[in-house]
Design a binder for this molecule. Structure first.
Ligand code: 16G
Ligand code: MG
Length: 542
């Protein structure tokens, strides 16, 4: 390591004194103007990680659904997974080292992680459409270059596409070609083959309105469009030509406000969906004939997909195990439907894709979705091999089912949850099953629910257990929640410190919207009183 060169170049990306950031569930995320040094340093760290794993590492510059002024960065590990936890700590240490200490901290990491500095390094870089992203990704490249790492800058990509590129490169092209064409070809081929199996593909199933959050999803869906135009016509809205990124639009807006995004003209019963700012989240929705808005969130997506997979497995007569992974935010009705009606085992993990992903890897087929629309289906290597074998061996209807499963494997981006790939799977399933959006929605009725935020002096005073469903500290808070929950029917509530904002999140559900609202408010007050609330106590009404 040329420490002099590092010191010299680092000074061009100097850290503001005293700024402390943490590599959280979604990497580093804050105002774009505070991130230049972090980007440079993540370039350095990516080189070390690449040397250590002897693999290509990804660096994605994005702040997902955050406002346009924010930005962020995360590293992608060799098989397209999120960065290993021990390296998240290294990332935090490196990002927070004061300017003069940085080279030493970098050396410490390379010693601690037993990095062979002689090893070659290769880093791939992607970025979203934020105005700040281009310059920030250049800072990542500066970091990579100073440590003499090789790199390929993909420029504009969705987050899942970068995961895909990393995965392809580290599996010698077996998974697919590490190019945008490769991505589009792989997904569209599987999509086309799968939808061909439908008896009818009546026009009513074939068009979809997509709110692209004024982000990268619009550009990348445009590129995909001509590969799939025979089967599906997509109408892109909020495509970034006018509006601001994530402003009054996108999956996060639609999910949290439970209303359509701006710029979306919806006719009754028309199927619509929204991506988030880096296209790794998707939610569907429609207006009924009375003009009521219906949200179809990640829970209902998981239900649709797992029931389809279960039918195919039944058809081929193979006893591959299937499990659904959710978080505490999953609507109680969805969990009940999956367990009691569909007889699928359901597991709950902490919030954050990596936790769900990890759990889903325990099954032959692991379906995981957060209610907010992050998710995918993972097939174990053994399941994939078995299914491919059956698609050759079996006959007639069974063979057809095995072939469809094979297409589903190819269609899901196995490296990460991906709005484009999820959208294609959902569209294919709706076509194959001849389901309208209302019929899909009618699988079960969501329990009314409410989410609130509470400001406290230090959100870390709240610690939780049981996949965030129970509070451990501060003392008395869980008892208070239990007492409140008892007052309502079909009720449930939990609180957890946010991993991305300086607040505590409150979730409540109950038999009516009024009761869910009232329970959420009562729980917010308990948090405010017992966990050091600041400012005005929470007021009822929303
Ligand atoms: C991040 C996570 C998301 C999670 C959210 C929770 C990834 C890629 N993203 O956006 O999965 O739902 O954080 O935010 O892991 P919160 O901690 O503020 O509630
Ligand atoms: Mg996102």
């Amino acid at each position: 390591m040329d420490l002099d060169a590092i010191t010299k170049y680092s000074a061009l990306h100097a850290k503001p004194n005293g700024l402390v950031l943490q590599y959280g569930t979604a990497g580093f995320r804050t105002k774009a103007e505070h991130l230049d040094h972090v980007m440079f340093r993540m370039g350095l760290l990516a080189v070390l990680r690449s040397k250590q794993t002897k693999s290509t590492i990804g660096v994605m510059v994005t702040a997902s659904h955050n406002p346009e002024e924010d930005n962020g960065v995360k590293l992608v590990d060799p098989l397209g997974e999120m960065l290993a936890p021990s390296w998240e700590e290294h990332a935090t240490c490196l990002a927070n080292a004061e300017e003069q200490d940085m080279p030493r901290v970098l050396m410490d990491i390379s010693v601690k992680a037993a990095v062979n500095l002689q090893q070659d390094a290769f880093v791939v870089i992607g970025r979203d459409t934020r105005p700040s992203s281009e310059k920030l990704s250049q800072s990542v490249i500066d970091g990579v270059t100073v440590l003499e790492g090789q790199f390929h800058d993909y420029g504009l990509l969705t987050t899942p596409q970068l995961h895909y590129m990393v995965y392809c490169r580290n599996t010698s092209g077996q998974y697919g070609k590490a190019t945008i064409e490769g991505y589009c070809q792989k997904l569209s081929k599987a999509f086309t083959e799968l939808t061909k199996q439908a008896f009818c593909s009546g026009d009513e199933y074939r068009s979809l309105k997509v709110d692209c959050a004024n982000g990268i999803g619009a550009l990348k869906l445009r590129e995909m469009e001509h590969y799939i135009s025979q089967e599906l016509s997509v109408q892109l809205l909020n495509d970034g030509t006018k509006g601001k990124l994530n402003h009054l639009c996108g999956a996060d807006f639609v999910k949290s406000h439970q209303k359509p995004p701006q710029g979306m003209e919806m006719k009754p019963n028309e199927r619509c969906c929204s991506f988030d700012g880096d296209a790794d989240r998707i939610v569907y929705y429609y207006l009924d004939v009375d003009g009521h808005f219906h949200l179809i969130d990640g829970d209902k997506i998981a239900t649709l997909i797992s029931s389809f997979l279960k039918e195919l497995l039944l058809e081929i007569g193979e006893s591959l195990n299937i499990g659904v992974v959710q978080t505490a935010y999953a609507n109680g009705s969805s969990t009940r439907y999956l367990e009691e009606v569909m007889k699928v085992p359901v597991y709950c993990t902490k919030t954050g894709v990596k936790h769900l992903h990890h759990k889903a890897q325990e099954f032959d087929i692991g379906v995981y979705f957060e209610a907010n629309g992050h998710g995918t289906v993972l097939f174990s290597k053994a399941a994939e091999i078995r299914i491919k074998q059956l698609a050759k061996e079996l006959e007639d209807k069974k063979r057809k089912a095995a072939k469809m499963l094979e297409n589903v494997i190819d269609l899901f981006n196995q490296a990460a949850g991906d709005a484009i790939s999820d959208m294609l799977v959902i569209e294919a399933i709706l076509t194959l099953k001849g389901l309208t959006v209302q019929q899909w929605d009618a699988l079960y009725m969501d329990l009314p629910n409410r989410q609130l935020k509470v400001k406290v002096a230090d959100r870390q005073v709240i610690s939780t257990t049981d996949a965030e469903r129970q509070v451990v500290t501060p003392p008395g808070l869980q008892e208070a929640i239990n007492d409140l929950v008892k007052k309502y029917k079909l009720s449930r509530a939990f609180v957890r410190p946010s991993g991305t904002e300086d607040i505590v999140r409150v979730y409540a559900e109950a038999d009516s919207q009024e009761n869910a609202d009232s329970l959420a408010h009562a729980v917010s007050l308990a948090v405010f009183q017992l966990a050091g609330g600041v400012g005005e106590p929470p007021q009822p009404g929303f």
